[in-house]
Design a binder for this molecule. Structure first.
Ligand code: SF4
Length: 400
């Protein structure tokens, strides 16, 4: 596998009422922020490779997520990508994705993104039902989403993914499928569908915590989930992960690296990375991020990521350690990550990575879940069955 680099854009035009990702609406920081992110990118390109075990072969991936990267001037985004590409020496076969929002995307922006090196867009369409979009507090309506989608293809992108949300109050299975049919007819070949989660601290939490009867019942949400997967599969857009479906060859290589337990860099306030068996995060604070880059030194990163000492020291105002994984931790995490994917657990790969037989280590858990009909073993692979998908979290937690 090549290098995998995540870059966070923490700006949004407005905060959606269900969202608990780190983002701010004050875009006056954008210019300083993007300059700071370029400094961070150059640092990791120079120094991070000593901690990156994924860089031996295979294509690189770069993912600009958010927030809403398309809501800041495109020149900032393109200049940062150019810094990332030149300082890391990103290969020409890399997958380079940009998240965009229909409300802030245009054909001019698309052309600029394409020219600077992005070759994949992920568009947050969420729904083509105007009532659902209104409930979600999105800035676009269905017409705006379709105009943005046309602009994405017309600006030269052929690899465009669409995000959809299921389980929204007032949403119906027929409505979701109608929306998916429209985007598939327009040429979408990768779809990510996420169930609406009511996260603590969001306006949706305050609104629905005492009114759960207004939410979509779990059985309806599961019906939506299976209808989406079935419909897309019928169009040749095959489920390859719990929330993702793609035409063969268009699976997200960047996200696949996460599910494969690979190392990845993280750049920007709120971004999370994984290097040298350490999960680390950037503090959720744009101001502190801009002001603290002087602390991004080799000695401080060694204290965070190095294994010489027992403690992982934070880098002031910038980075902190979320967890440091032992080989045993990584072995436990392997089925947790792999069961998300349709290929599932590869028992020969497990043996290669950890030197143990999967069947010996997880004998009881495996048998229990096979007996329940949640897991299936076929050759070297173990994966979730259709009914297992409805209990995926419980099955995965069983392995932890
Ligand atoms: S646009 Fe995306 S990141 Fe921004 S608030 Fe809405 S859901 Fe969150």
């Amino acid at each position: 596998m090549g290098r995998h680099i995540y870059v966070h854009n923490p700006f949004c035009v407005r905060k959606c009422p269900y969202c608990d990702f780190y983002s701010i609406t004050d875009r006056s920081y954008a210019e300083k922020y993007y300059k700071a992110a370029a400094v961070e990118a150059r640092f990791w390109a120079d120094y991070g490779k000593r901690y990156d075990s994924s860089s031996d072969d295979g294509p690189d991936t770069v993912y600009f997520g958010g927030g809403t990267p398309s809501c800041v001037p495109e020149g900032l985004v393109c200049a940062l990508l150019e810094t990332v590409v030149s300082s890391f020496g990103i290969g020409s076969d890399a997958e380079i994705t940009l998240e965009v929002n229909p409300a802030s995307f245009s054909i001019e922006k698309g052309k600029a993104y394409k020219k600077s090196g992005f070759n994949r867009l992920s568009m947050g369409i969420q729904s083509l039902d105007d009532d659902v979009l209104k409930t979600l507090g999105r800035l676009h309506d269905s017409k705006g989403a379709l105009i943005a989608l046309d602009a994405a293809f017309d600006s030269g992108f052929t690899n465009v993914s669409a995000d959809f949300i299921t389980g929204v109050p007032g949403q119906t299975v027929d409505g979701i499928i109608a929306g998916l049919r429209t985007i598939v007819d327009k040429g979408i070949r990768h779809v990510s569908t996420y169930s609406l989660m009511i996260e603590e601290g969001t306006p949706f939490f305050a609104k629905y915590k005492d009114n759960i009867e207004e939410l979509v019942p779990p059985e309806t949400e599961r019906a939506m989930y299976h209808a989406v997967r079935g419909f897309l599969a019928g169009k040749g857009i095959m489920p390859y992960e719990i929330s993702n479906s793609a035409a063969p060859g268009l699976e997200s290589r960047h996200n696949t690296a996460y599910w494969d337990g690979r190392d990845y860099y993280a750049i920007g306030a709120g971004a999370h990375g994984f290097l040298n068996s350490v999960r680390f995060g950037h503090y959720d604070d744009v101001g502190s991020y801009i002001d603290s880059l002087d602390f991004l030194t080799e000695a401080n990163v060694d204290a965070l990521l190095g294994h010489a000492g027992e403690t992982a020291d934070p880098v002031e105002g910038l980075l902190y350690c979320e967890e440091r994984l032992s080989l045993e931790d990584r072995m436990r995490e392997y089925p947790f990550l792999k069961l998300r994917t349709s290929k599932g657990i590869d028992i020969s790969e497990f043996k290669e990575r950890f030197g143990s037989d999967f069947g010996d280590v997880y004998k009881d858990v495996l048998q229990k879940n096979i007996n329940k009909g949640y897991l299936k073993a076929e050759g070297q692979r173990i994966f979730l069955t259709e009914s297992g998908l409805d209990f995926a979290n419980l099955v995965m937690e069983d392995f932890l």
